[in-house]
Every structure is written in structure tokens, then in C-alpha cells.
Design a protein around this ligand. Structure first.
Ligand code: SF4
Length: 357
């Protein structure tokens, strides 16, 4: 194998030898995880959606709660979306919970066995389809996630943005080639070996090349600067936004909040909150926000600002205690009271930060 600095040319490392090394390594090093012990299609679906952009340690208690509360896909399909969102609260990226529930309803009698059919279900992209098809059904379906992107980019020393059309095509082709060359190794084990190696050995910073079974043919290791790959993706700029939130606690220790109607946090509870302009004073804007909802309030102590990063937005939110409320809140939407003492289910991470402030 060559390891020139601008390689986009065809692969030279032997795919059968790579698949073999991956299989041997995985057999000895795979972490014992609950979805691996019993990889039913439902459990694989649940774990894959939860693991997107989320660490394994964070997912473990959520996974356990979900399978305890809804042991089958049909059980989940029968649940209300609000219940699912409440159980998901704190895991972030709530569109995943909504997609999970939509998918369960669309396939309550059972997930189809091929990646092509799975990809037709709501919320299932090519990666998740490949994971379920290969791990739960044994189909020789390829997959590429962030860990596989990094591993294969380094292995082949490819100077292509892995998120570009060309880069994606090359990586999926490479993953497919490994699947076709895997010999007796199970399709799901090959895919999990790729992901596991990316997650635990070929990590973003300081890859552990000295323990890596692919060190021999790896172009990035041979270059001496493995961290140079994958080629960085140009990220969309993160917009700075501002807001103000008011926490009104009733005598019974309950919070006056509202259920968010749509968008990223749709379906979850949060304290009354307004978005404000760059130069707007947060206090008067919040009072005006309450007034627009039919309530007259006087603000109390200002708490430390809360910073929360959404996918492409960074919110700095001023937090106020609402010391006095004139009039009674309307009992119907948009107002509802939500208990938050001792029961944080159904609150977004942002709402929790506001309450902690
Ligand atoms: S040798 Fe290093 S850079 Fe190459 S795949 Fe292994 S861990 Fe990654």
C-alpha cells in the first residue's frame, strides 16, 4: 500500500485480510452490551437510534428503561408519543424519539428483514437500515457511521470529505467491498467490528495504532499523522441566539410551564420562554412574553444565564424567578402545570438547565 498525501485512487489493501483481522479482533474485544446479548430487530433499532451522536454510557439506562416499559415493537407502537418523549427526555435530539415511535407504528407487526425495505420506514436512513438488516437478520448489508467513516478514511488515507457525495460514495463502496470479502464472518459482526474499532481504537484524538490489528496496511499510521484523517467537513456556522425564561413555582411546588408545540423540542415541557434580539433587554421582553399569554407578572431574582447548544444554534438564556403572578393562569393550553420536583420526565435538557439555574 502507498500512503501519498493526496490519495483518492482505488483501494490497495486486501479487503479479505482486513475483514479477517476485524473479525478476529472483534471476537476478542467486543464490549458486552445489552443489545448485543439479544439482538432482536426491535432492540437493534432502539439501540441504533439512541446511539446516534450519543455515548454508550449515556444510552445504557435509557435502553434498559425502554425495553422494560415497552418490551416489544408492538408495545411501543401502542404507546402515546408523549409517553415516548417523556421517557426519552434528557437524551437529546428528540426527532429520534418521534421517528422511533412513527417507525414502530408503521411496522408494529415486525420490521422487514432487508435494508432496502427497512429504509422505506419513517426515520430509518441507510445506516440504521444496514445495522438492523445485518445484525438482526444476517443480511450482507454495508453501513457507514461516523466511526466507520474515520476508520476507513484513515485506513486508506483518503483525502475526500466523508460527508461529500463523492466521499460518501467511496466509503459505502469500501464498506460493501469488505462485506463481500468477509468469508465466514457474520455480516453483523463485521459491521459491529468496524464500528467498535472506530469507537474504541481508531478514536478521533490519539488513535491507538499500537494496539490496532489494521496497523500494517493503514496509510494514516504509515504517514505518522493519523489524526489528519478524515478530511475535515466544513461545518455550518453556529448562530448565536438569546432568550429569557421565567420560572414560576406554585405554592404546591409545581412549575407553570407549557408543552412545546413543534420544532426540535416539540412535545416536551419547558418554563415560559421567549427568544429575543441581540440588543433587547431580557427582563422586559419576558414580562411582555407573559403578557402576550394573558398573564401579568413581576420578575424576581435573575439567576445565572443558561447556555444551550442546539444543532446549529447556541442559545444564551437569561433566567428569572417570577415573584408575583397577577391573575390565574388559564388552565387549558397554552398553560399547563407540570410537577418537576422529583419527576423530571418530559422536560428537555434545556428546561432542566433553566430549573437548575
Ligand atoms: S492503525 Fe491507527 S489510524 Fe490506522 S486504523 Fe488503526 S488506529 Fe486507525
Amino acid at each position: 500500500m502507498t500512503c501519498g498525501k493526496n490519495r483518492t485512487d482505488p483501494i490497495e489493501a486486501d479487503p479479505a485480510a482486513i475483514a479477517d483481522a476485524l473479525g478476529t479482533w472483534y471476537a476478542a474485544n467486543a464490549r458486552a452490551l445489552p443489545w448485543r446479548a439479544d439482538p432482536t430487530p426491535y432492540r437493534v433499532l432502539l439501540s441504533e437510534l439512541m446511539l446516534q451522536q450519543t455515548r454508550v454510557e449515556t444510552v445504557l439506562p435509557y435502553f434498559a428503561r425502554f425495553v422494560r416499559r415497552w418490551p416489544t415493537l408492538a408495545d411501543l407502537a401502542a404507546a402515546d408519543e408523549v409517553e415516548v418523549l417523556e421517557e426519552w427526555a434528557g437524551l437529546g435530539y428528540y426527532s429520534r424519539a418521534r421517528n422511533l415511535h412513527r417507525c414502530a407504528r408503521a411496522a408494529a407487526r415486525g420490521l422487514p428483514p432487508t435494508a432496502a425495505e427497512l429504509a422505506l420506514l419513517p426515520g430509518i436512513g441507510p445506516y440504521t437500515a444496514g445495522a438492523i438488516a445485518s445484525i438482526a437478520f444476517g443480511e450482507a448489508a454495508a453501513l457507514v457511521d461516523g466511526n466507520v467513516e474515520r476508520l476507513l478514511s484513515r485506513l486508506d488515507g483518503r483525502d475526500l470529505d466523508p460527508r461529500s457525495k463523492e466521499g460518501k460514495r467511496a466509503l459505502w463502496a469500501r464498506a460493501g467491498e469488505l462485506q463481500r470479502s468477509r468469508g465466514a464472518l457474520r455480516p453483523g459482526d463485521l459491521n459491529q467490528a468496524l464500528m467498535e474499532m472506530g469507537a474504541t481504537v481508531c478514536v478521533p484524538r490519539k488513535p491507538r495504532c499500537h494496539t490496532c490489528p489494521l496497523a500494517g496496511p493503514c496509510a494514516a499510521r504509515a504517514s505518522g499523522t493519523p489524526e489528519r484523517w478524515p478530511t475535515p467537513t466544513r461545518k455550518a456556522p453556529v448562530a448565536a441566539i438569546r432568550g429569557a425564561a421565567g420560572v414560576f413555582e406554585t405554592a404546591a411546588g409545581r412549575l407553570l410551564g407549557r408543552r412545546v408545540a413543534g420544532g426540535l423540542l416539540g412535545g416536551l415541557w419547558e418554563p415560559i420562554r421567549v427568544e429575543i434580539g441581540e440588543l433587547t433587554e431580557p427582563g422586559p421582553a419576558l414580562v411582555a412574553g407573559f403578557a402576550a399569554l394573558g398573564l401579568t407578572v413581576r420578575l424576581g431574582t435573575r439567576r445565572p444565564d443558561v447556555v444551550h447548544v442546539f444543532t446549529h444554534r447556541r442559545l444564551t438564556c437569561a433566567v428569572f424567578e417570577v415573584a408575583q403572578l397577577v391573575g390565574e393562569p388559564v388552565p387549558a393550553p397554552p398553560y399547563e402545570e407540570v410537577a418537576f420536583r422529583g419527576d423530571l420526565r418530559g422536560l428537555s435538557t434545556l428546561a432542566r438547565k433553566i430549573l437548575e439555574a
